[in-house]
Design a protein around this ligand. Structure first.
Ligand SMILES: Nc1ncnc2c1ncn2[C@@H]1O[C@H](COP(=O)(O)OP(=O)(O)OP(=O)(O)O)[C@@H](O)[C@H]1O
Length: 261
């Protein structure tokens, strides 16, 4: 059974069709990239899966259960996590405390006493930080970290909720190219190891073609192509409207580098 099934979602904003019969599915442990030019409907599609936006029509099902139009908190409880929202970290707290807060939240305990949090779930938090290569920085305040390291901590925070599905909205935005490849590679490895389905948007085509199992191409709210990186790369319509010849060559190079031993 697919982990996520999105069936004919539609959303209009006034005269603009931001999503037109958008359908796709995603398996556990699979990475699906949603790409397309500015205004293609990527954020709208994410919002309808995450609960921030109610679709005009269509359905979203997670592990066979309808979640269409539920509030974001309810969708989160059912196992849909989101990464890379800046507000997710508390900069005055340490790296470990941030992850501990997420673990407390997952377990549904009260967050009233921050002092208690310092002792709770410490070992589990350290194990998660180990997984993202941030164990050595556990007791530093987040405010001291480099941007790329904050992103790693955010990934650990997202994993603390034990999501079935992770929504990653431009995870590498604002990062240097080398850091981008590292972060996406890490997210891909952890998702596959843990059987987490990942839906991500990304403007960096190198990151998309190197790490996505499948790619969905949106243009003006419509899915114009969907398939493996190889299929999408070879799609004439995609080449014409989006990637262009330069993009296709860059994509080929990124894929070669990612699969090289
Ligand atoms: N709240 C809104 N009110 C009115 N129009 C909106 C709203 N949200 C999105 N739109 C419009 O819907 C279309 C799709 O926007 P969306 O943000 O989903 O695109 P996107 O692919 O995420 O773009 P970007 O890559 O620039 O983030 C655009 O034409 C946009 O102007």
């Amino acid at each position: 059974m697919s982990l996520l099934v999105v069936d004919r979602l539609n959303k209009r904003f006034g005269g603009v069709s931001a999503a037109k019969d958008v359908s796709f599915s995603l398996a556990a442990g699979e990475l699906l990239a949603v790409i397309g030019p500015n205004g293609a409907g990527k954020s709208t599609t994410f919002g309808m899966v995450g609960g921030q936006l109610a679709p005009d029509s269509g359905t979203v099902a997670l592990a066979g259960e309808a979640i269409t139009g539920l509030p974001p908190r309810e969708i989160w409880r059912k196992g849909v996590g989101r990464t890379f929202q800046v507000a997710q970290t508390f900069v005055s707290m340490t790296v470990a405390e941030n992850v501990q807060m997420a673990l407390v939240s997952r377990n549904g305990r009260t967050r009233n006493l921050v002092a208690d949090t310092r002792a709770l779930h410490r070992e589990e938090a350290l194990a998660l930080l180990d997984g993202v290569g941030m164990r050595a920085d556990a007791d530093r305040p987040v405010s001291e970290l480099a941007y790329g390291d904050v992103k790693r901590v955010e990934l650990a925070i997202a994993l603390a909720a034990e999501p079935k599905l992770l929504l990653m909205d431009e995870p590498t935005a604002g990062m240097a190219p080398k850091e981008r490849a590292g972060l996406m590679g890490l997210a891909a490895r952890l998702a596959r190891e843990r059987g987490i389905g990942v839906l991500f948007t990304e403007h960096d085509m190198d990151a998309v073609f190197a790490h996505a199992d499948r790619i969905l191409v949106l243009v003006r709210g419509e899915v114009i192509a969907a398939g493996t990186p190889e299929e999408v790369r070879g799609d004439e319509r995609v080449k014409r409207v989006y990637l262009g010849e330069t993009g296709v060559k860059a994509a080929l190079r990124a894929r070669r580098e990612a699969v090289a031993p």
